[in-house]
Write a protein that binds this ligand. Structure first.
Ligand SMILES: Nc1ncnc2c1ncn2[C@@H]1O[C@H](COP(=O)(O)OP(=O)(O)OP(=O)(O)O)[C@@H](O)[C@H]1O
Length: 470
């Protein structure tokens, strides 16, 4: 009986079971799809699986017993046994491939005995394909969420207005304050600054949020259709009129908010009709005989200077005063440069998700250039620039300077001193020429705007253009 035991107190069957179990673990370890390495508390390799060895061009016999830094490039396993902190999803470059690795310290009786490292994605492209699969599912979820939101009302809230600069905070604060009132609001700001986002957010915070926000783009609807679009028509009002007639946007906005975008582009004859509806608080469909009382809140927006238009008599003064009960100026990106970084990061995440791409960072140099650009097209231009950059990212998860358009890349440029080569006067001239060219480029040749960008008078700009023969 005694010789059947390997150790006193253990029977053969138990020991065989233990050996079988160890064999099984070894098999799992060696056949794992993930590459794995185990080090002792000093960073020496105690186990490494075959697939990892094959990739590294070594064997288990060769690697085991060596310090991990001698076998694996850019490893941090020897650091993890010192810090005792786990590192999850870290990017590690091995043999020119960017891999994603987890490193986890191992403890026995609360004492560190080593660490296990796993390469979970062998290439960022592999991760990209996983991210894509998850992104497709998230997109579907997003789609249903948006549909639900659309069914319930408008889509944006103040949370979607990114930025914490004093200029945008001032606009947000005023907008929030007046959201619950019934008074008309006029949103003024350059193109692409977020006027529509403000209109949605105001409506969403108002007591009217349970009804849908009705949007009309006064610039995109042909003048001859605008009236029927806004006020609707009765059956037989004109040839081609639908059977049963059609309600206009004002009627649809009853108990809700109407957003009149690009109000500065509304033809003057329509301005008269709009004024009547606002004053009388009722509409009459084209071809109709009776009018209908309405309860509509108006938010109008424009990138035009309405005061100037009033002075030039292209916008009716009485309508201007009706709309301009509460004026909110939406600042341009140039007036809030500190917001460029958070907005750029937000847009990168949003667009990467929409485009199913694994892009997670804008590097320091690229960000510095984004921050110094003047953004004549504001956030819409920034959004397009980032979308373009994401399309250009191939390897790695970063947007770098190379992914930005030439006019942004070149603008900031690396400054090399010319002192000793030419005099200060010529240095100043060179800088002036470069910056005037840049400004004209950005403002698409508009000299008045370029002078504004450069902070000089128009006359002074003309003088310099002539002086330098630009
Ligand atoms: N503060 C912000 N944070 C994040 N995204 C923003 C912000 N402001 C605007 N955007 C985004 O920028 C784009 C342009 O915004 P929006 O359409 O509201 O501008 P707009 O001023 O109405 O432009 P336009 O005058 O040309 O109609 C949109 O995609 C919007 O979601």
């Amino acid at each position: 009986m005694k010789e059947e035991n390997y150790y006193p107190g253990c029977d053969r069957k138990m020991v065989e079971k233990q050996i079988e179990l160890i064999e099984l673990y070894r098999n799992i370890f060696d056949n794992s799809y993930n590459w794995m390495v185990v080090v002792d508390k000093y960073g020496y390799i105690t186990m490494i699986n075959k697939p990892y060895c094959n990739f590294l061009g070594t064997t288990q016999e060769e690697a085991i017993g060596k310090h991990v830094t001698e076998v694996i490039e850019n490893t941090r396993m020897h650091i993890v046994v010192k810090t005792k902190e786990r590192e999850i999803g870290d990017v590690q470059q091995i043999k020119g491939n960017q891999m994603i690795a987890d490193r986890i310290p191992i403890f026995k009786d609360e004492e560190l005995i080593g660490a296990v490292g796993t390469v979970i994605f062998k290439d960022i492209i592999e991760l990209d394909s996983y991210v894509k699969k998850v992104a497709v599912m998230e997109k579907e979820l997003d789609f249903y969420k948006k549909e639900l939101k659309k069914a319930l009302g408008s889509k944006y809230t103040f949370e979607n207005i990114i930025g914490n600069s004093p200029a945008i905070n001032k606009a947000k604060m005023l907008a929030k304050k007046v959201s619950s009132s019934k008074s008309s609001i006029l949103l003024m700001g350059e193109s692409g600054t977020g006027k529509e986002l403000f209109a949605h957010s105001i409506h969403n915070l108002s007591p009217r949020a349970n009804y849908p926000l009705i949007k009309v783009n006064c610039a995109s609807i042909p003048a001859e259709l605008l009236e029927s679009e806004l006020f609707g028509y009765e059956e037989g009002a004109f040839t081609g009129a639908k059977k049963g007639g059609k309600p206009g946007k004002f009627e649809l906005a009853d108990k809700s908010t109407i957003f009149l975008d690009e109000i500065g582009d509304m033809p003057v004859e329509m301005q008269v009709k709009l004024l009547r509806v606002i004053q009388e608080k009722e509409v009459e469909r084209i071809g109709g005989t009776k009018s209908k009382k309405l309860d509509v809140r108006i938010i109008a927006a424009t990138n035009k200077n309405l005061e100037e238009m009033v002075a030039e008599k292209t916008f009716r003064e009485d309508l201007y005063y009706r709309l301009n009960v509460i004026k909110i100026n939406i600042p341009s990106l140039r007036e809030r440069r500190e917001d460029i970084e958070p907005i750029a990061n937000y847009l990168m995440k949003k667009l990467a998700k929409e485009m199913d791409r694994f892009v997670t960072e804008i590097d320091v140099d690229a960000m510095a250039h984004l921050k110094s650009h003047n953004w004549p097209g504001n956030i819409r231009e920034l959004e397009n620039t980032i979308e373009r950059a994401i399309n250009l990212v191939e390897k790695g998860a970063k947007i770098t300077l190379n992914h930005l358009p030439y006019y942004i890349r070149e603008k900031k440029g690396n400054y090399t001193s010319n002192i000793g080569k030419i005099g200060l006067k010529d240095i100043v001239s060179q800088v002036e020429i470069k910056e005037i060219r840049n400004a004209l480029d950005i403002c698409k040749g508009n000299k008045q705007q370029a002078a504004k960008e450069l902070g000089i008078s128009r006359t002074s700009l003309y003088e310099k253009i002539e002086k330098y023969g630009l």
